[in-house]
Design a protein around this ligand. Sequence first.
Ligand SMILES: Nc1ncnc2c1ncn2[C@@H]1O[C@H](COP(=O)(O)OP(=O)(O)OP(=O)(O)O)[C@@H](O)[C@H]1O
Ligand SMILES: [Mg+2]
Length: 343
Amino acid sequence: MTTATVASTELAEAFRAHPERRYVMFGGKGGLGKTTFSAATAFWLAEQGKRVLVFSVDPQASLSDIFQQDIFGKGPVKILDNLWAQEIDADRHIREYQQEIRQKILDMYGLDEVPQEIEDYIQAASAEPAMEESAIFDSVVDIVNQGDYDFYIYDLVPLGHALYYLSMAKVYDEWIARITRLREEMREYEEVAARMKRQKEVDEDQILGELQYIRGRINSASRILTDRQRTAFFFVVVPEQMILVDTKKAAELFSKFDVPIGGYVLNRLIREELLSDGAPGFLRNRFEMQQGQLAEIHRTFGDQVLAHVPELERDVTGLPMIERVARLLYGDASLAGAKGEAR
Ligand SMILES: Nc1ncnc2c1ncn2[C@@H]1O[C@H](COP(=O)(O)OP(=O)(O)OP(=O)(O)O)[C@@H](O)[C@H]1O
Ligand SMILES: [Mg+2]
């Protein structure tokens, strides 16, 4: 492995082989390079003439950091031709969500103001992580439903989250399906229904409608995450023992939830050329350690390892560095084929 740019990589090939893919995610533990690879992939695709949105719901605003531009909570911000970046302000979405709930309660029950008891409940519920998750969920669904990009690159926060969405989607889905069924069964009992107060019936239908709406939203988000045709989830791996252990576990969980794993991308590899005679011991040791882990990674993931990115001399921020990572991830090849080939 060298730093010299390669003509193409297996990762570029994976994109060429699946032109129907539109949703791309890089997952993995904290700090391995998810944001870096998301930005570099967005850069490469935009360079190929594709309209790309790279977005995140990370309150740490890491896309602002990598693109060296304040984009937090500003909607899609144009970075380059064909390339937009967006950082969702989840807190603001939670506040909007609360407002929406208040309004619905007012409408449903014909009230002028939200009773204190319910207001307290809304406040308490907002402190729940689930509330934050569903606000995030909702914004993600809006983004992918409303935009007209060729590619959506979702810069994920560390592992747990995507799984949380999926497990939540399954639970909600079952729960709502059960309520819907009950409600529909009730409808069949015409006589019983006739005895119900008219007002009550209307209220319950609105509640059912609301539940079905929520279920629809959650399903469309989890459908995207598990869409074998259009979605690819790549794991970022740095060759270290604990990372490999966690990645294997995560990969198992992901397949359990039917997330289509596109492959594995290795990051921060120590280049052998650095090991000249005067190379410090720690670097040599680190190199040896990585070699051992790399062998294990290749044994475990085989040809699913799609690209190797070396440890660079500095953090990846700013377009020139992003472009460099794009070259390392995808080589010089275009999306259509070898360099210079018409698309
Ligand atoms: N190959 C590399 N060489 C040098 N620095 C790198 C390399 N890859 C990533 N970095 C740096 O490592 C840090 C973490 O990378 P990045 O933010 O992409 O990780 P992440 O997986 O998105 O982290 P988080 O889990 O916090 O979102 C950043 O400062 C980034 O610039
Ligand atoms: Mg990140």
